[in-house]
Design a binder for this molecule. Structure first.
Ligand code: UN1
Length: 497
């Protein structure tokens, strides 16, 4: 008997471990201990999951949305009851500090509850007709079977953003989570199981993206794919989905700037920066990865920053005193260290700059919070690093700050610190991105507002907020003619009497 749980696939309401299945394990990035063992699903397993979702669809579609909402409320209650346990699993499997592990689950609860209410909205429109005795309206209908493919950085919140929105709209789901946070995903699935989601409505297949993800995207019965992850994978998901003209929703990277103007409240900006850049060890797509700093406060602000960064406590993320935990995996560590080496050649290293060693650091993937001073245009100032690495860029004016902020391939989140209301509103207009914060850091989106970005950050849709349902519904336009005669739109135009 293994000392850790052995988890199956969740297909048609049952946990199944196909005999002789290959398995993979997840490990705690703090100390390498094994969290659990999971099935590496095969294309045959994916087929079974899609078959279950496809068969369950008509009944779920016919279930009144408020009744679907009742189930979601029970899911939310399960997540509430288990918040502490699941929060700890998030921290153990992914490495974010425990306050953020609980926050991940809280974001799940908030969103599932919010979507439960959507069961009593799912609004369409009523629109006047150009003809007499004719009524026009739109209704929302589910798409069918949808694939939800999710990343490891918000291992419960992002799956819930997708699954709860898809389900309230009447779709059935095949969920393929990131492999290195599979246990968090299983906790999510268990909450839906406990909430009473009917068999086949939610299915979960674990395993490699190249096998499981691709088989899912290639299955003709899957009508929509919702993917959050890196830009390269996103591109290939988009291309694969395009072959079958599937609706593909992508939430990809960011290179999020925080602009600090010369009139900013500097201590406030400093608190925001530390949270935005080093919270979740920089592994949020909304993380602050560029500080665009006005030259008049450049030295003063960096001096303040140096002192605070030196006091950040790195260590065991389960210890509530820890500010920054390990990065999520060996793979992550390697990529971030590569960027740090690039930074050393093209920019000036100010703080940090490598892996921490000695004591508990030797067992985990601990990277020192790192700050480079750089000109705009270097690789570290333009590419997404997804780690605790901040590029600081000096600018002489608001105009230059905006130019630099916008001159990247991404456009997810942004922030500006200023006390000038005119500058603040100009920034709202000028920054090319999906989210702008005034006097608050780039992270910390709330579930009742739309989330997403422009340029290479995605395909333009939004998750969360009331618009979340757009990703998972088709609009049907309905005309009801009660005139009892043939009326011709565009032709019977002169009929005004
Ligand atoms: C992400 O990093 O993929 O705004 C999502 C935030 C979180 C969500 C981030 N609420 O930081």
């Amino acid at each position: 008997m293994a000392a850790y749980p052995e988890i199956g696939l969740f297909i048609d309401g049952k946990w199944v471990s196909p005999p002789g299945a290959a398995r993979f394990t997840t490990r705690n990035p703090t100390n390498g201990s094994i969290i659990g063992s999971f099935v590496s699903a095969t294309p045959k397993d994916v087929d079974a999951a899609v078959t279950a979702a496809f068969s369950a669809f008509p009944h779920w579609k016919a279930t009144p949305p408020p009744a679907r909402g009742e189930i979601l409320l029970r899911v939310a209650q399960t997540l509430k009851d288990r918040k502490e346990q699941i929060g700890r699993i998030v921290t153990q499997e992914m490495g974010k500090v425990i306050a953020e592990g609980r926050g991940d689950v809280q974001e799940s609860i908030d969103f599932v509850e919010y979507m439960a209410g959507e069961g009593r909205r799912l609004f369409g429109e009523t629109v006047p007709s150009e003809l007499r005795s004719k009524f026009c309206l739109t209704v929302r209908q589910p798409k069918g079977v949808v694939a939800c493919i999710t990343p490891w950085n918000f291992p419960t919140a992002i799956p819930n953003w997708k699954i709860a929105a898809a389900l309230i709209c009447g779709n059935t789901v095949v969920f393929k989570p990131a492999s290195n946070t599979a246990m968090c995903a299983i906790e999510v699935v268990k909450a839906y199981e406990a909430g009473g989601v009917p068999a086949g409505v939610l299915n979960c297949v674990t395993g490699a993206g190249s096998t499981v993800g691709n088989a899912l995207i290639d299955d003709r019965r899957v009508r929509a794919v919702s993917f959050t992850g890196g830009v390269e994978t996103g591109r290939s998901v988009y291309e694969r989905g395009a072959r079958d003209l599937k609706a593909v929703h992508l939430e990809l990277g960011g290179k999020n700037p925080m602009i600090v103007m010369d009139d900013a409240n500097l201590p406030l900006a400093l608190e925001g920066l530390l949270f935005g850049a080093f919270g979740t060890a920089g592994q949020r797509c909304t993380a602050t990865s560029r500080l665009i700093l006005h030259e008049k406060v450049y030295d003063e602000f960096l001096g303040m920053l140096d002192q605070r960064v030196a006091r950040l406590r790195l260590g065991d993320p389960l210890d509530p005193r820890t500010d920054v935990g390990p990065v999520a995996s060996a793979d992550q560590e390697r990529k971030i260290l590569e960027y740090i080496s690039v930074g050393r050649t093209e920019a000036k290293l100010r703080v940090g700059g490598g892996k921490l060693t000695g004591g508990i650091y030797d067992q985990g993937f601990f990277i020192a919070p790192t700050i480079f001073e750089t000109a705009h245009g270097t690789r570290i100032s333009k590419e997404e690093i997804f780690g605790p690495v901040l590029s600081v860029i000096k600018v002489p004016s608001y105009e230059e700050a905006v130019r630099v902020a916008n001159d990247v391939d991404y456009g997810l989140s942004s922030a500006i610190y200023t006390r000038d209301v005119n500058v603040a509103f100009r920034a709202v207009q000028d920054l090319e991105c999906g989210i702008t914060y005034i006097n608050a850091p780039t992270i910390g989106a709330e579930v009742q507002l739309p989330f997403g970005g422009v340029k290479n950050t995605g395909t333009g849709g939004r998750e969360a907020g009331s618009v979340a349902v757009e990703e998972f519904t088709e609009i049907k336009t309905v005309f009801i003619d009660f005139s009892n005669r043939l009326q011709k739109a565009q032709i019977d135009v002169a009929d005004s009497g």
